[in-house]
Design a protein around this ligand. Structure first.
Ligand code: MN
Ligand code: MN
Length: 459
């Protein structure tokens, strides 16, 4: 079962393609730091590749035919792209799924306060973070503030060249005797993740002059009042761009690679693939990190509805055929795998771990405590995937999420599997998962994109 490192297999021409893809990827994750930004950037790339908005097609009563390229977005936070195949939709689609939300710190609805002549934004973290990793580093704020008249104001603070830094302070070690005795979960308390944004009081303000100065800043910069933050979605993420990592530049360090690394490679695959038999789909979902809930999470009927709309535009107004299209589909539910980290060997089992440079990773199951909560992919389906990967010289590996009973986690795989379609977890191995800066191997990113394109052509 020894598998060779994929780096050893590349020709000069392949290495050039690998570097080009990774440089585009670095740009993508540096720009798309939130689910909204990821959807906007994906739509920009899709429109440049000839994709059209499903809303316009429905509004104009247009007919959809094989070869058409269509995208459907919902609430600007989830996106599905369809390249219509020559086979009837009811024969099933080939679906690439990934999530584009990432762990972060969200700004509360009533966030402003002043304490001891410092102004802060109060927050509530999103997803599974080690809170102690998010202090004493530069952070940026992205998102929207929506005014009562419906105006959407885009906010971007702390990331542009020349922008000031923002952040959350930590306690000096000299006075941390008590703090250092706490368990790591409580070294930094969730309620203490408060973003320090200012310290200069506004002249003429008797009370809370620093907060008043900050509100004046938002009024002048964005035309918003304190009350407008009630209808805002502001996300605090690490400031700075993704970069190559390692002296050999073999890796990428960046924020939000869980799971925009699979989002980007899936998107690229569907944009690059040509003349498909089965309809090729890329589904980018939101809210995976908090259970795939809500109107933009994988549990939402958004995707099913989009499929029904497209089939209707193809002259198939038949609920049974929509159900068949979903049940006969195949999916690669792509999410990052925990890469084997030799510094922490105790949590892994070597034979069933994901390794950097060994290609795209397939997980038959995820879950915790006896596979609980897992989609357990069908053996027959895995055999098909082994064949098409080998036939197309894609480097792949298989893994579990750590040792038995060490912990666990879930993905969106089991949700699509409810339709009865074939689904397997797959994706790119990552080091320092859920940390502000995560690390992936360039070669795994390249192999994942190859795997996704091969899968979309799978007849
Ligand atoms: Mn994930
Ligand atoms: Mn995650």
């Amino acid at each position: 079962m020894e598998k060779k490192n994929a780096w050893l297999s590349y020709t000069a021409a392949e290495l050039k393609k690998l570097e080009k893809l990774n440089s585009e990827y670095i740009d993508f994750i540096s720009t798309a730091k939130t689910e909204r930004l990821a959807v906007a950037e994906s739509i920009r790339l899709a429109e440049a590749a000839g994709y059209r908005n499903l809303e316009d097609i429905v509004k104009n009563n247009e007919t959809v035919k094989p070869g058409d390229k269509i995208y459907a977005a919902h609430m600007k936070k989830t996106l599905a792209l369809f390249q219509i195949g020559t086979e009837p939709m009811e024969n099933g689609m080939n679906i690439l799924g990934a999530h584009i939300d990432s762990p972060r710190i969200d700004v509360k609805q009533v966030p402003f306060y002043e304490d001891t002549e410092f102004a802060y934004l109060d927050t509530h973290y999103y997803g599974g973070i080690k809170k102690y990793q998010w202090v004493a580093l530069p952070l940026a704020v992205y998102g929207v503030i929506v005014k009562k008249d419906g105006t959407v104001v885009n906010v971007a603070l702390g990331d542009k060249p020349g922008d000031p830094a923002l952040g959350i302070t930590d306690l000096l070690p000299h006075l941390a005797q008590d703090q250092m005795k706490k368990g790591a979960a409580n070294v930094i308390e969730g309620e203490d993740l408060n973003l320090l944004i200012g310290s200069k009081p506004l002249k003429g303000e008797e009370k809370d002059g620093v907060k008043a100065a900050m509100l004046k800043f938002f009024k002048e910069e964005y035309g918003v009042e304190e009350e407008d933050f009630i209808s805002a979605e502001l996300e605090i993420v690490p400031a700075g761009a993704a970069r190559e990592y390692g002296l050999d530049r073999s890796m990428v360090m960046g924020y939000g690679q869980d799971d925009r690394v699979c989002g980007f490679t899936s998107l690229k695959a569907v944009l690059d693939v040509k003349k498909v038999a089965r309809t090729a789909v890329c589904l980018l979902t939101d809210k995976e990190e908090i259970g795939s809930v809500g109107a933009t999470g994988a549990h939402s009927y958004f995707f099913e509805n989009a499929v029904a709309e497209i089939m209707n535009a193809m002259g198939v107004n038949d609920n049974l055929k929509v159900r068949r299209a979903l049940q006969h589909s195949r999916m690669l539910s792509s999410d990052v795998s925990a890469a084997y980290d030799p510094i922490y060997p105790g949590v892994m089992e070597r034979k069933n771990s994901a390794y950097f440079g060994h290609g795209v990773c397939f997980n038959k199951f995820t879950g915790a405590r006896g596979k609980s909560g897992s989609n357990d992919a069908n053996a027959e389906y895995i055999a098909d995937l082994r064949r098409i990967m080998d036939d197309n010289k894609v480097a792949y590996q298989t893994a579990e999420l750590g040792r038995v009973d060490q912990g666990g986690g879930g993905t969106i795989a089991y949700i699509s599997a409810q339709y009865g379609m074939e689904v397997i977890d797959s994706g790119v191995p990552v080091l320092s998962m859920h940390a502000p800066w995560e690390i992936c191997s360039k070669s795994d990113i390249y192999e994942a994109k190859k795997a996704y394109e091969v899968f979309l052509k799978f007849a």
